[in-house]
Design a protein around this ligand. Structure first.
Ligand SMILES: [Zn+2]
Length: 209
């Protein structure tokens, strides 16, 4: 945005407005040269956002999705983006068949990222006839727990009796970890279970009932 009269790049922005066509976003500027006082217009065009392939790893799973980015932008490892699954951090960028740390968005084939959404922290109680083993767990926010689920946790295999959410106590149906405050369970003599929560334990406390 240099002055067309004297060539100075010392310009003041008097006004700007956005225009958009099918493929481009245009920013039209009204500028004033600080050196010679000439007032002129200039237009900067940006390519419109397009969907790019995105693979998000979240704990054991990976999700394939897309994300809308402006082809004119630059992307690098460590950048934080907002995807349909919440906040993600870019770990690697695929351009052609190579993995790079930095690229112009329009050259990108696939973006690899980790989810950095804050997990849901819930309480999980195991009723041991007079004593209670109480756990704090960090779970994916959309992890579902239902009364009746048979669960391995620590050295116990238990059946879920009540799922307490922010609003009610459930004895049927299911709830997502994001809204669960505590799960109440009792040991069962099964060898099989629906899922194992042991690796999600953050803290264990023993207590009397
Ligand atoms: Zn000038």
């Amino acid at each position: 945005m240099d002055c067309p009269i004297c060539g100075s790049d010392d310009v003041e922005i008097l006004n700007s407005k956005q225009k958009s066509s099918k493929k481009k976003l245009m920013e039209e500027y009204l500028l004033k040269c600080e050196d010679c006082g000439h007032v002129f217009k200039d237009v900067i065009s940006l390519k419109k956002p397009k969907p790019y392939r995105l693979i998000i790893s979240e704990q054991d799973k990976s999700h394939r999705t897309t994300i809308e980015l402006s082809p004119s932008d630059e992307l690098k490892s460590g950048d934080v983006l907002l995807s349909e699954l919440g906040q993600i951090e870019v770990t690697s960028i695929e351009v052609g068949d190579k993995r790079v740390n930095k690229a112009k968005v329009e050259d990108i084939n696939t973006i690899w990222a980790n989810s950095i959404e804050i997990p849901a922290r819930i309480g999980f109680s195991v009723d041991l006839h007079g004593e209670v083993d109480s756990y704090k767990l960090d779970l994916e926010r959309d992890f579902e727990i239902a009364p009746g689920d048979v669960v391995k946790i620590d050295k116990h295999i238990v059946k879920v009796h009540v799922v307490k959410t922010q609003e009610r106590k459930l004895t049927s149906g299911f709830a997502k970890a994001a809204v669960i405050t505590r799960v109440y369970s009792k040991p069962v003599k099964f060898n099989n279970y629906d899922y194992d929560l042991t690796k999600h334990i953050i803290k264990k406390t023993k207590g009397k009932k």
